[in-house]
Every structure is written in structure tokens, then in C-alpha cells.
Design a protein around this ligand. Structure first.
Ligand SMILES: Nc1nc2c(c(=O)[nH]1)N[C@H]1C(S)=C(S)[C@@H](COP(=O)(O)OP(=O)(O)OC[C@H]3O[C@@H](n4cnc5c(=O)[nH]c(N)nc54)[C@H](O)[C@@H]3O)O[C@H]1N2
Ligand SMILES: Nc1nc2c(c(=O)[nH]1)N[C@H]1C(S)=C(S)[C@@H](COP(=O)(O)OP(=O)(O)OC[C@H]3O[C@@H](n4cnc5c(=O)[nH]c(N)nc54)[C@H](O)[C@@H]3O)O[C@H]1N2
Ligand code: SF4
Ligand SMILES: [Mo]
Length: 765
């Protein structure tokens, strides 16, 4: 009999628990894990294909170095690490640390390595941390900083319990992002007492289940949401008691909302006024309500303003901090930072002058920072777990900029479009070949964490990131090869954990050697790690200590014994042995306020920069020659970022079709299955057309995560589906956060014959 082994899905931020069977290096059977504390057996159709991630022709099996002629030759780890370290140090010495940047550090499921890459980054003092998060969520984080006092005061949604949910620019049926999406959505749809409202220019699978679907004109969210808030205020549906007790500045916000020309804004959004009133009424009068948003709001025009308006819904109606509402949650390991304008000088990019938000920099400006003639332009870059040549706005800009780097190091499991520009490609062990964890622990009131054991031995010449960055840190002289004293104490600690010896020794060592404080993840790995099943997991002992320091009572409520250090020890042991995932804290709803940044726990409702933007909103269309609005990056049944490379994983939609409304198709003489050139002001693509009456007329849609190339048996590469960031532009972005407006890309379509379509197909980089 074959055993089922616990692991998790690595394709989206839900990281559903899985049970799998393996044979000969393959994942042979996959099912949901009922023992997982959050997903409880749920999975979607994408997880069944995970063997395509583990085994594919692009898997990297050894480190590679680029040769003069552009080809790659294998290089041994020792030489690669020594050469990379020397070149990084040389760049830093010659041009200053400002010429160094880091991109990525963890995708949808692999965040364990980020504890090591971020420590390495700090050790080398790399100031610029670029992340995919800063092309979707930094506008939201910025607004959180203003409203709640810290940019990492992030809220979650209690959708399973709520009476009324408002989904704006998100399609959880396909994209998930909420717990066990499909049954949860169906339950709300079937219950007359509950309401689902969807704001989306497409009639999505989620919208099909909704009570009210506001099928707005894309990019008009700021108009629609401000009109809805104005109605709420006009009708007197605010929760005055809540506003009084928990907020500051309502009078000013109210005055601004009362100036909104409601009818005009609703008309610009192109929706039915009665339905809008009904949606506001239902949301405001429900016993509990919450708002769930995603890219349709965060990657569309006025995105930071949208993030503010969206939050005003749950704030004005008193739906923060209660069952069924929006609530702050804990992070087991905080992966969103706070860039505090008051506490320190904020770091800025040299050429584009962009200021960090949540300690992150936006991928949108990276090519310009590399190509600039600023003396401290970016010259050395490490990319880990990301494929910006495909996923960043303006693929051509990356293709132009990356060859201008003095040093590009890519750490990945696969030969990606980005890796093909690297000087060194470091072959990482896959997420099923090492201990791993995702840090998307965003639940409230019960939060959980899942540490996963490897299913397979690593491919021969691959290393986990923990070891790659440890070796690099040793090579730049930031850490010692061994920590003999702490290692000895860790062994005693293993025998007599109740004495807490290791904790005392570590604290003393950090007091004596301040540089150890900065590289503590490596110190844990090199000491406590020697006593554990794998050295990479040792930092979770420290994380458990910190988590208990901040949330001790909530940890104890999960049924763990002791207090302080002993409670933390118990939490760490639970994580270590809970192979299907482990609860880490159980909060009470009212405790959510303690997770807020402002000490007085009062929300600052006024964000003057955004109130100003709201007062000067305009719906001027800058590109009249491009009459259609493209949603550049729809989540569908068979896309999953750029994680699966072999196109055979897709059970349908191999072409990644462009969806178009039949009325628009007819006007352009485009038949089902025909080909067209899709042109934006910035680039063009050939696409295959599919007629689809779920779109609002005037809107077309292409999927995210296509356009990767993959080799055939002879090694010849073909690109599969639209590489849609050929159409997008870095400047088409939010003024505050520089996050791209991917959901509102102006385009036009030109019919084209099949034969010409093939010959026009973009050449591979
Ligand atoms: N299947 C699948 N699931 C995924 C992923 C994947 O690649 N494939 N990726 C994961 C990742 S990284 C993320 S960030 C999430 C994203 O998850 P979502 O944001 O939920 O997914 P999207 O389909 O990108 O966009 C959501 C919706 O926004 C709508 N929209 C477009 N323009 C506008 C607009 O102007 N206003 C409004 N209100 N709505 C608009 C689109 O029609 C779409 O239905 O999905 C995750 N889940
Ligand atoms: N036009 C447009 N562009 C978009 C979007 C859109 O909607 N429209 N969506 C955006 C969004 S929301 C996101 S999140 C980004 C996602 O795009 P990216 O930030 O590029 O991330 P992924 O596509 O998830 O790529 C993950 C990479 O990690 C590698 N990998 C997998 N496992 C491991 C591992 O264990 N170790 C290492 N070192 N590497 C590993 C994979 O091979 C892959 O190369 O795309 C963005 N781009
Ligand atoms: S893709 Fe997301 S929702 Fe689907 S199984 Fe994987 S983690 Fe769960
Ligand atoms: Mo994302």
C-alpha cells in the first residue's frame, strides 16, 4: 500500500493542504488534506497538475555560468558562490551599495528561503528590494499606513460568517484568495438571508452567483465607489456610534462625500442607478458586512484612491472588528514591512525618484533604474523566485535593460525567460524537495501555519535557498562557517529544553556581538539547526518566540501549555510535528484593535492626498485611437502565474484566447476562432478570438501567465499563448504607488489571416 503524504499546493496564496502519493520522483496522486486547519480538504482543479511543476524539461539541475558567446556552461557551486560574492563586493566598493538590488524572494508557496535571502540582503546592505507585491498591493499598504498607523496593518474578510459581502475587482471562483472559495460562494448564493454584491466589468463565475452585479465600465471604480459612499452618507446609513468610538476625522470625510455628484458618477461608471442604491442599502443595513478586493481594483485607474474608498465602506458602516466584518490579522512572520516617514529617512530610487512603501520598490521602475545614466544606477541584481521578463509591465523594457547589468544572478528551479539574461543561474531545489512554508497566514480570529516536509530528495546539483544564501553570506565575510558555542548550547537545549538555555545564550550572544543580531537567521541555522530534522527550519524557533511575545494569550488559547519561552517552545514543537499545518493563535474579535498601528486605536479617516484626487477625478480618455479596454491578466481555469512551464498542464484554452463581446466582434468582422493583431499604444500581439457575451461591450480580456516558451524534444523553443506584458507600459500606473494599471489597457484590434498571424508571431528573446 502506498502512503499518502501531507504537503501543500504552491499555486496561489491559499496554499491548500494536500495529501499526495509519490513514485519514481513523480507526484502520482493528489487530493485535498482534510486535516489541514484552514483548507480542510478543499482544492481546485489546478492542484492536480503539480507534477508538471516538479518534472519538466526546464528544471535546472546544476548551476550555470554565461559564457562570452552567450551560451551557458555548468559551474561548480563553490566557484559560482566565490565568483558571485567577489563581483557583488566589487560593485559595492566601486559604486556604493546603491547600485545593488534584489527582486522576488518567494512566489506563491516558497517563503522559507526568504528568511535567508532577506538576511543576506541586510548583510550586504542591498537597499532596493523589488517585489511582485509592489505591482499589486502597495497602494493598499500605503492607504493602510495612513488609516491605521502602519503599512502592514492588513485586514482580512470574515466571508464565511458574513451577511453581506462586496467583491470589487475580484473573481474568487477562479482566483480564490478567500477560504474554500467555491463552496463558500455557493452557500452565500443559496441563502436568502445573505447578499453577495459584485463590481466587475465581466459577468464572472462569481458575478453569476451574486444578488447584485454592477457591471461597470473598466477603470471607473473611483466614480462608482465614491457615488456609493455618497449615497450611504446622504441616506444617513453610517454607524455613528462606531465612528465616534473608533475614528477621527469623519466630519471632513462626510463633507467631501456630500459634494460628490452622485448621478454623474453613476453615469460615468455606466451602471443602473437603482441597482447601485439597492447595493448600498443592503451593505449598510446588513448585520455584518465586509469588502473583499483584488487586482480589478488594485490594478486599475486611481488604484490607491480605490483602496481608500473600498476601506471606507467597512469603516463608515462599522464593520471593522466584529464577526462577519473585516478584521486585522496577525502575520506569523511579517512579510509586509512598514516604511515609516517619521522614524527614518525613506529610501528613494535614483532615476525615477520613487519612495519605498512597505519597504518595497515597484517592478515598474526597475528597467528605468538600470538603464539610467545616474552614476549610482542599478548594476547588480539578484532575482529569486520571479520571472519579471514575463510578469513585469513592459516586457521589452526588461529585455533592453537586463543586458545592461554588470551582474545578474537568477535563483530558480527552472530555466525561465529571465534566467536567460543571467550571468549566473543558481539551481534551487524544488518546493517538494526541501522543507518549505508559505507566509500567507492571514486568518482571523484563528490563524495557522503550515511547515512542509520534503517529498523527494533534491536533484543532485541543486540546493535549497537557505544553503545558497548561507554560502553567499560566508563568502562575503558576513557570517562564520560555524557557530561552535551556540551549537553546543543547542545540543544541551535539546536534552533539557525546560531550562531555556538556548534562549539565554542567543540573547547574550546578540548583546555581545551586534552583527549577530543582523544575521540571526544564519546563527539559528548554524546552531539550533544542527539539532533539528533540517537546519533550514531553525529560524521558526525564533519566530515562535517573537509570536508568543506579541500574541501569547491567543497562542495559549489554541490549547498549548505554559507561558513565555515555554509556550513558544510548545508552539515550535507543534509546528515542527504538525505536518498537515498547525493552528498558531485564537483571537477574540475585539482584540483585532490591538493589532492596529496607532496607539490610541483610532482610525484616521482623512487621507488628504486622496481626498484631493477624488475632488479632481476626471474620466478623460487619453488614447482615442485605441477604443477597446483590455483586461491584461484574467485568472482562468488553467493559468497559475508563471509557475507551470510545460503548456501540457492546461486541460483547455491552450491558446489563451482573447475574449470579446459578440457586438464588438461583429463590428470588427472577427469570427469565433479567428486571429487578430491586438495593439496597445506600447506594443502588439497576435491573438486568437473567442466570442463571449459575459463581457461588457467595449471590453476585451486576455489571461495572465501565458507566453512562456518551452522546448520540444529537439530543444527548439516555442512560445505558448500571449506574452501580454508586451502590451503593457510602466508609465501607465498609479501616481502614489507606481503599481501598473494592467486591468485597463487601451487597445485596438485588427483582423488577420491565420497564415499571417503565424509569420507575425513575435520572435523569441
Ligand atoms: N487561476 C488562477 N488563480 C490565481 C492566479 C492565477 O494565475 N491563476 N494568480 C494568483 C494571484 S498572484 C493573484 S494576485 C490573484 C488575483 O486574483 P483576482 O484579482 O481575483 O483575479 P483577476 O482575474 O486578475 O482580476 C479580478 C477581476 O477584476 C476584474 N476587473 C478588470 N478590470 C476591472 C476594473 O476596472 N474594475 C473592477 N472593479 N474590476 C475589474 C476582472 O474582470 C476580473 O474578474 O489570483 C491568484 N489566483
Ligand atoms: N499584465 C499582467 N501582468 C501581471 C499580472 C497581471 O494580472 N497582468 N499579475 C501580476 C501578479 S499579481 C503577480 S503576483 C506576478 C507573478 O509573477 P512573478 O512575480 O514573476 O512570480 P511567479 O509567476 O509566481 O514566478 C515564480 C517563479 O518562481 C520559480 N520557483 C518556483 N518554485 C521555486 C523555488 O522553490 N525556488 C525558487 N528560487 N524559485 C522557484 C518559478 O519557476 C518561477 O520562475 O505577475 C504579475 N504580472
Ligand atoms: S491553486 Fe490555490 S485554491 Fe487551488 S488548490 Fe492550489 S492553493 Fe488551493
Ligand atoms: Mo499576485
Amino acid at each position: 500500500m502506498t502512503d499518502w503524504q501531507p504537503t501543500a499546493c504552491i499555486l496561489c496564496s491559499r496554499n491548500c493542504g494536500l495529501q499526495v502519493q509519490v513514485a519514481d520522483g513523480h507526484l502520482t496522486k493528489i487530493r485535498g488534506d482534510k486535516n489541514h486547519p484552514v483548507s480542510a480538504g478543499y482544492i481546485c482543479q489546478k492542484a492536480a497538475q503539480l507534477d508538471h511543476y516538479q518534472n519538466n524539461a526546464d528544471r535546472l539541475t546544476q548551476p550555470l555560468k554565461r559564457q562570452e558567446d552567450g551560451s551557458y556552461q555548468p559551474i561548480d557551486w563553490q566557484t559560482a558562490i566565490t565568483e558571485i560574492a567577489a563581483r557583488l563586493l566589487d560593485l559595492k566598493q566601486t559604486y556604493g551599495k546603491e547600485c545593488l538590488a534584489f527582486y522576488g524572494g518567494g512566489g506563491q508557496g516558497n517563503h522559507l528561503g526568504s528568511m535567508y535571502s532577506s538576511t543576506f540582503r541586510d548583510a550586504l546592505e542591498i537597499p532596493y528590494y523589488y517585489s511582485a507585491l509592489a505591482q499589486e498591493k502597495t497602494g493598499d499598504f500605503w492607504a493602510n499606513g495612513k488609516l491605521f498607523g502602519r503599512q502592514n496593518c492588513h485586514t482580512t474578510e470574515d466571508i464565511e460568517q458574513t451577511e453581506c459581502v462586496l467583491f470589487i475587482g475580484t473573481n474568487p471562483w477562479q482566483a480564490h484568495g478567500i477560504r474554500n472559495a467555491r463552496p463558500t460562494l455557493k452557500q452565500i448564493a443559496q441563502d436568502d438571508q445573505r447578499t453577495m454584491i459584485v463590481i466587475d466589468p465581466r459577468r464572472t463565475e462569481t458575478a453569476e452567483l451574486a444578488d447584485i452585479h454592477l457591471q461597470l465600465r473598466p477603470g471607473t471604480d473611483a466614480f462608482l465607489l465614491s457615488a456609493m459612499l455618497a449615497i450611504l452618507v446622504q441616506e444617513g446609513w453610517e454607524d455613528q456610534a462606531f465612528l465616534q468610538e473608533h475614528t477621527i476625522g469623519y466630519t471632513e470625510v462626510r463633507a467631501c462625500l456630500l459634494t460628490i455628484p452622485i448621478a454623474d458618477h453613476i453615469e460615468r461608471a455606466g451602471v443602473d442607478a437603482d441597482q447601485v442604491y439597492e447595493a448600498v442599502r443592503r451593505f449598510a443595513t446588513a448585520k455584518s458586512a465586509n469588502v473583499r478586493v483584488d487586482l480589478g481594483l488594485q490594478q486599475s485607474l486611481n488604484s490607491t484612491l480605490n483602496s481608500y474608498l473600498e476601506k471606507l465602506f467597512f469603516l463608515l458602516t462599522g464593520n471593522l472588528g466584529k464577526p462577519g466584518g473585516n478584521n486585522f490579522h496577525t502575520f506569523f512572520l511579517p512579510w509586509v514591512g512598514h516604511s515609516d516617514a517619521e522614524a527614518k529617512t525613506l529610501c528613494q530610487t535614483k532615476a525615477t525618484g520613487i519612495t519605498e512603501i512597505a519597504q518595497l520598490f515597484p517592478p515598474n521602475v526597475l528597467p528605468a533604474e538600470i538603464e539610467s545614466d545616474h552614476p549610482q544606477r542599478i548594476r547588480g541584481l539578484i532575482v529569486d523566485s520571479a520571472n519579471p521578463v514575463v510578469s513585469g509591465a513592459d516586457t521589452q523594457a526588461y529585455q533592453r535593460a537586463f543586458p545592461k547589468l554588470d551582474l545578474l544572478v537568477v535563483v530558480d528551479v527552472a530555466m525561465t525567460e529571465t534566467a536567460r539574461y543571467a550571468d549566473y543561474i543558481l539551481s534551487a531545489a524544488s518546493q517538494f524537495e526541501k522543507w518549505e512554508a508559505a507566509f500567507f497566514n492571514l486568518e482571523f480570529p484563528t490563524n495557522a501555519f503550515h511547515l512542509r516536509k520534503p517529498l523527494f530528495a533534491p536533484l543532485a546539483d541543486t540546493l535549497p535557498e537557505s544553503e545558497i544564501y548561507r554560502r553567499l553570506a560566508v563568502a562575503i565575510g558576513a557570517i562564520p562557517e560555524r557557530y561552535p558555542v551556540l551549537e553546543q548550547v543547542a545540543r544541551w537545549h535539546g536534552r533539557w529544553p525546560q531550562l531555556g538555555l538556548y534562549r539565554v545564550a542567543l540573547v547574550a550572544a546578540m548583546a555581545l556581538q551586534p552583527q549577530l543580531r543582523r544575521t540571526v537567521a544564519f546563527a539559528l541555522q548554524g546552531s539550533l539547526g544542527k539539532t533539528l530534522p533540517d537546519d533550514s527550519i531553525a529560524p521558526f524557533w525564533g519566530v515562535s518566540q517573537l509570536y508568543v511575545q506579541h500574541h501569547g494569550e491567543a497562542v495559549a488559547r489554541t490549547g498549548l501549555p505554559g507561558r513565555g519561552g515555554r509556550l513558544a517552545e510548545a508552539l515550535f514543537q507543534r509546528i515542527l510535528h504538525g505536518h498537515s499545518g498547525a493552528p498558531i493563535s485564537q483571537h477574540r474579535y475585539e482584540e483585532t484593535w490591538a493589532l492596529m498601528g496607532y496607539k490610541d486605536q483610532k482610525v484616521r479617516l482623512v487621507i488628504s492626498e486622496l481626498i484631493e484626487e477624488l475632488q479632481t477625478l476626471s474620466s478623460h480618455h487619453a488614447w482615442p485611437e485605441y477604443p477597446l479596454m483590455l483586461i491584461a491578466g484574467e485568472r482562468r481555469m488553467y493559468n497559475a502565474n508563471t509557475i507551470y512551464r510545460n503548456p501540457q498542464w492546461r486541460q483547455n484554452d491552450a491558446e489563451g484566447v482573447l475574449k470579446i463581446h459578440p457586438v464588438d466582434a461583429k463590428a470588427l468582422a472577427l469570427a469565433e476562432g479567428s486571429h487578430a493583431v491586438c495593439e496597445s499604444p506600447w506594443g502588439q500581439l497576435t491573438v486568437q478570438v473567442k466570442l463571449c457575451d459575459t463581457l461588457r461591450p467595449g471590453v476585451v480580456s486576455l489571461p495572465h501567465g501565458y507566453g512562456l516558451d518551452y522546448p520540444d524534444a529537439n530543444g527548439t523553443r516555442t512560445r505558448y499563448g500571449p506574452l501580454l506584458n508586451l502590451l503593457t507600459d510602466a508609465q501607465h500606473c498609479d501616481t502614489i504607488s507606481a503599481t501598473p494599471f494592467h486591468k485597463n489597457v487601451p487597445v485596438r484590434l485588427r483582423p488577420i489571416e491565420m497564415a499571417r498571424a503565424a509569420s507575425l508571431h513575435e520572435s523569441l528573446p
